[in-house]
Design a protein around this ligand. Structure first.
Ligand SMILES: Cc1ncc(COP(=O)(O)O)c(C=O)c1O
Length: 497
């Protein structure tokens, strides 16, 4: 167990240098400066080691990026091999081998036809299946935000070219988070993150998220189980999509694209969608000719149990944004995939200026592409698949005892990601005020016990690394239970005295 962290003294100490010079993302720096930060020096598998030699379990997969563990020999070898040839050359006017190979692999592997399709939901009749888009082209960028920014701009220009009388209009889910660049931020509805930027966001409509635990249409009393399973409703969340779409049509301002994180909205607080939601939503969207932009920045690459989460509901989007796990979590790289039809709409003589005038200096980076190719090879192995299946079962069992804790209101797991929502009062589902920092305090208590993860408000997030052992999974949930008990026995502010 790591010993308590003490204020540093040496001026060349990396903790000191960090506090002197670095501004951290999504961090209240006043709090950051109060205590010595954890400085990560090394990682192997699911274990991170800091500069003082203390070891931690990486229970948020290094902000949802890492898939097969740190220092994975195959990914290391792929990067080292590429490093000896070249690290980076421009994609503006030049091609390169690993990026071309990666694009081919992505197109082949995200084909819906190749994906095993679980049976479609049967409780409500669905429209007959329509022909699904085929993703044929890959636009590379650097991270989740830029992958979404590219999807947005590609769609925008596609609509402009193919339906010049129509303005591109977007619909996305309540609380959604699609990144921090201005376009991606506009597609998001995350009051906590984006409120200060309200005036620079462009206007995007929203529709309720299928957040069963806090759904106004769910008539079920709170129970010790995932609210998606005991809910009592009539799919009003899906009706709301149809009503919103119809209202926009009546106003002669129809939507052209719907943006969604399939199966689970990560940064919204791990809002896991009930099975069948996406397929039902898709039937409505297709009927009204609305394109689907799937943000699989978190959900892609096996995180939710399949390579592409949307495929679990037989849905292929028109635009697919991938990042985080693309390189196994080793290097910043992202991809936006789309159809031949979209691609073709950008073709024309030079002076028609149909070109997609968008790009980044590191587009198609060779090191990232080499890491991504290695990641795809590992993901496709029988061992990795078998391990992920086992891991899901272990995870489910390990989460079960948490229901006994009075502060646990809902536990939402999809594949190898879960959100544990803490509440003040289970029968009324009343949340803790954010100023109490309950989620943050639980994560701090976990860190003191050697397990690192992060909270989103009152939701503790856990993302497993695909090579974790059963013991490690159990240790994460046991540590979480201990941390929750510690925090529940100490009122806010008690640790400061
Ligand atoms: C669903 C989703 N989309 C987009 C992003 C933005 O990705 P990035 O932080 O790599 O820019 C994130 C980041 O957490 C995300 O979870």
């Amino acid at each position: 167990m790591p010993s308590p962290r003490k204020p540093h003294s040496l001026s060349n100490d990396p903790a000191h240098l960090d506090q002197q010079y670095v501004w951290h993302p999504f961090t209240q720096m006043r709090d950051w400066l109060k205590e010595e930060p954890i400085v990560i020096r090394a990682g192997r598998g699911a274990v991170l080691t800091d500069h003082r030699g203390r070891r931690y379990l990486d229970a948020n997969a290094s902000i949802w990026t890492n898939l097969h563990g740190h220092n994975h020999p195959q990914i290391n070898r792929a990067i080292e091999g590429q490093l000896k040839r070249i690290s980076h050359s421009s994609a503006l006017g030049l091609a390169n081998e690993p990026a071309a190979q990666l694009a081919e692999q992505l197109v082949k592997r995200v084909s819906l036809a190749r994906s095993p399709q679980p049976s479609r939901p049967t409780t409500t009749p669905l429209a007959p299946r329509r022909r699904q888009p085929v993703l044929k082209k890959v636009f590379f960028s650097d991270d989740g935000s830029t992958a979404m920014e590219a999807a947005l701009k590609l769609h925008h220009q596609f609509i402009h070219r193919t339906r010049p009388q129509t303005t591109a209009r977007y619909l996305s889910l309540e609380n959604s988070y699609h990144g921090d660049t201005v376009g991606a931020m506009s597609l998001s509805h995350s009051p906590l993150f984006h409120k200060p930027f309200q005036t620079i966001r462009f206007s995007v409509d929203r529709v309720m998220a299928p957040y069963c635990y806090r759904c106004p249409f769910n008539r079920a009393q709170p129970s010790r189980g995932d609210a998606r399973h005991y809910r009592q409703c009539q799919w009003e969340c899906v009706d709301q999509i149809e009503q919103t779409v119809l209202r926009a049509k009546t106003r002669k301002k129809p939507f052209t694209a719907f943006i969604i994180e399939p199966l689970i909205q990560g940064a919204a607080g791990m809002i896991a969608h009930p099975r069948g939601y996406l397929a039902r939503a898709e039937a409505i969207l297709r009927r009204h000719g609305i394109q689907i932009i799937a943000d699989e920045v978190l959900t892609g690459f096996g995180r939710t149990g399949s390579l592409i989460a949307a495929h679990q509901e037989g849905v292929q989007p028109d635009f697919l944004a991938l990042a985080k796990g693309l390189t196994g979590g080793y290097l910043p790289m992202a991809a936006t995939l789309t159809t031949q039809k979209v691609f073709d709409s950008f073709l024309g003589p030079y002076d028609s200026f149909r070109t997609f005038f968008h790009g980044h200096s590191f587009t198609g980076n060779q090191l990232g592409s080499a890491a991504a190719l290695a990641n795809l090879r590992i993901l496709g192995t029988k061992q990795s698949l078998a391990r992920r299946t086992k891991l899901e079962a272990w995870f489910e069992q390990a989460l079960e005892p948490l229901w006994r804790l009075p502060l646990v209101g809902d536990i939402r797991r999809v594949g190898l990601v879960a959100g544990i929502e803490l509440v003040q009062d289970r029968p009324t589902r009343s949340p803790f005020p954010l100023k109490n920092q309950v989620g943050i305090r639980v994560c701090q208590a976990m860190a003191r016990r050697g397990v690192l993860t992060r909270s989103i408000g009152n939701v503790i997030t856990i993302l497993l690394i695909y090579t974790m052992t059963r013991k490690q999974v159990n240790r994460i949930t046991q540590t979480l239970a201990d941390a929750i008990e510690e925090v529940s026995s100490r009122p806010p502010g008690a640790e400061d005295s």
